[in-house]
Design a binder for this molecule. Structure first.
Ligand code: BTN
Length: 329
């Protein structure tokens, strides 16, 4: 999309719900009114709709329902120096695309968003269902240059920030299930996949991947997910403004990363953890490398490892694993 079209979108959003005159737009862009009209036609073919009135100008009446770079960029409130955003129609996995772009030397931080993924991945080698159905698939790439042992609580911190953002933005009640599941009404609304490449004793680069179910309609899930997955729209009862939410999420991710990198996250981590952790005190089974461990969740330690008390009263510590809450009769 051209810079002129970005500017048109920005001006129209700023004027909402009022009209923006064609001559004001032409003057702002330094082009003729005919050129403005040609840009508007291009925006129409990208999924925007406008009302146009001779005496009044233009008004935005509908936006593309899926990810759109100009809509996200114009609504992004935090923009670290050098930050860039790419929106793709399709890719294998946004995490893989981000890793390829990091390897090719692209300046970080940057974000890759795709409308659909052909090989979306979850933790433990699972498939992440990634059709173009109103859900978000995004990866944000960083070059943190910190020792790997400092990254222990990174995914948890990012998950807590996402919970807080969703609670404020969509007025829902999210929960974080260690280590990377975003839950709504006990079902999975999103998941995080953090991947790092390590050089000697430093993290060379880091990809933070998020899949978030935003507007997927009820009944639109494959049979194996129907009982386990949920979208925000299913909870709020109305579709959410995809690009406004995406811009808010990206802003929060970029800010949370800064807080993590400079260490200031420790001031609020515990508060957020108590607010959003769904496992504390729960009887659970944890699967790790084919072994099953049963116990009651005590909490996490400073490195983000999960602490379980087993039936003999011993505390066990887990850095990875898949947790299931056991039903009590
Ligand atoms: C999980 O819950 O296991 C993590 C799911 C992470 C899915 C996201 S979608 C965007 C990014 N690209 C991927 O291939 N995976 C992550």
């Amino acid at each position: 999309m051209s810079t002129a079209e970005h500017l048109i979108i920005r001006e129209l959003l700023a004027r909402e719900p009022n009209w923006l005159s064609g001559s004001a737009l032409a003057a702002k862009l330094g082009v003729s009114r005919v050129a403005v009209w040609q840009h508007m036609e291009k925006l129409r073919s990208a999924g925007f709709t406008f009302e146009a009135r001779r005496a009044l100008g233009y008004k935005l009446t509908a936006r593309p329902p899926g990810p759109h770079a100009a809509l996200i960029e114009t609504q992004l409130k935090i923009r670290p120096r050098g930050f860039s955003l790419v929106v793709l129609d399709e890719t294998d996995s946004t995490n893989d695309e981000a890793a390829r772009q990091l390897a090719a030397g692209r300046a970080a931080p940057f974000a890759i968003i795709a409308r659909r993924q052909t090989k979306g991945r979850g933790r433990l080698g699972r498939v992440w269902h990634s059709e173009a159905n109103g859900n978000l698939y995004v990866s944000v790439a960083f070059r943190p240059r910190v020792p790997p042992e400092r990254m222990g609580a990174f995914t948890l911190w990012m998950g807590l920030n996402l919970c807080e953002l969703l609670a404020n933005f969509a007025k829902v009640t999210p929960g974080l299930k260690w280590p990377n599941d975003l839950l709504l009404v006990g079902r999975k609304a999103g998941g995080i996949l953090t991947e790092a490449r390590i050089d000697a004793d430093q993290i060379r680069d880091l990809v933070f991947g998020l899949g978030l179910n935003i507007n997927a309609p009820a009944g639109g899930w494959p049979a194996d997910l129907a009982k386990r997955a949920v979208s925000l729209a299913e909870i709020t009862g109305t579709p959410l403004d995809f690009n406004r939410l995406t811009a808010a999420l990206l802003g929060r991710v970029l800010l949370a990363y800064e807080n993590f990198a400079d260490g200031s996250y420790t001031k609020t981590f515990a508060d957020l953890w108590h607010r959003y952790d769904v496992l504390r005190g729960q009887p659970v089974a944890l699967l790790e490398g084919g072994r099953r461990h049963a116990g009651t969740v005590l909490g996490i330690d400073d490195e983000g490892a999960l602490l379980l008390r087993d039936v003999r009263g011993r505390t066990q510590r887990f850095r990875a694993g898949e947790v299931t809450i056991e039903k009590t009769s």
